[in-house]
Ligand binder design. Sequence first.
Ligand SMILES: NC(=O)c1ccc[n+]([C@@H]2O[C@H](COP(=O)([O-])OP(=O)(O)OC[C@H]3O[C@@H](n4cnc5c(N)ncnc54)[C@H](OP(=O)(O)O)[C@@H]3O)[C@@H](O)[C@H]2O)c1
Length: 351
Amino acid sequence: MAFKVAVVGATGNVGREILSILAERQFPVSEVVAVASARSIGNEVSFGDDDILKVVDLEKYDFKGVDIALFSPGAKVSAVHAPRAAKAGAVVVDNTSHFRMDKDVPLVVPEVNPEAIAQYQKRGIIANPNCSTIQMVVALKPLHDLATIKRVVVATYQSVSGAGHAAMDELFAQTRGIYVNEQPKPERFTKQIAFNVIPHIDIFMDDGATKEEWKMVVETRKILDPDIAVHATCVRVPVFISHAEAVNVEFANPISENAARDALRKAPGIVVVDHRANDGYVTPAEAAGEDAVYVSRIRKDPTVPHGLALWVVSDNLRKGAALNAVQIAEVLASNYLTSSKKPAKTPQKAL
Ligand SMILES: NC(=O)c1ccc[n+]([C@@H]2O[C@H](COP(=O)([O-])OP(=O)(O)OC[C@H]3O[C@@H](n4cnc5c(N)ncnc54)[C@H](OP(=O)(O)O)[C@@H]3O)[C@@H](O)[C@H]2O)c1
């Protein structure tokens, strides 16, 4: 059983990570196609340790024969080309924000709502949630099952890689420039990002929230439970990879710290590191390159009848984007798709 896979946005932060995770997890591929803009035609990207792929132009690429298309070329590009790929017969897993709130497109985190994948047949598209939402709902799911979450208040500390590879270059250049007295020139960010934090990700909405904050509210409800109230403050910080979140959760029912810790320990995709000591918690630098959602600083929030506070950290390019997309593809491959029946280049790894 093997599948022809197209990676659209293959030269970007998320696309490169998708290619590396497909190889690492030995996803059963008959062929992998690297697709990006006309700017990248002929450029090369790595697939695993041995393969080099030449990039092809999305505008000219015919998706006929592609089984699964993993998209991360930006929302406006996905809006046009994801339906085109679906029409040609590929199942699209889209990392951009464009389709997430479409009622005919499932929004999926495999540890939380894998059953929603079945709805992909409506449009041939599955949406990957926002990076900040993914790590939060992975941590919330076992707690919701235990004591029913009523309300969540979250403040994020989001790395610059969430804004693409050019944003990482901007942090690097500004940081170096400040040491030699250069005036920082914001381009990808609204203000100086080096040695600073910016409470503004995506555009402002009418109610004063940013669109990134709105995404965390509506996506959490779509994935986990429409009755959960969420309030978010999303902040960009001068960290290259991994997002951190300070999360306060109010429950309908009593829940102890120990019961929460046990449920989190048993839940898929989560590693609990929670000792009240100097190294007893996880930071973004330590989570970079890892697959887990790390939960630390689990403690009572005594300001509400049944409350807990948590510190949640995960690699935004992996679980926040590429890994989640590949996990969805793995469920599709094992439960929903009949393969193109070409021999696999690598054996399939069980989920
Ligand atoms: N980074 C994250 O943590 C994260 C998490 C979840 C979702 N996302 C979403 O994923 C998308 C990509 O993010 P990223 O961080 O990978 O950005 P990026 O590093 O800037 O890469 C963008 C990719 O899209 C391609 N692209 C841009 N315009 C295109 C066009 N007109 N036609 C074809 N390909 C085009 C680029 O190709 P060229 O190199 O040829 O320009 C590149 O491969 C965004 O929508 C983002 O919101 C990102």
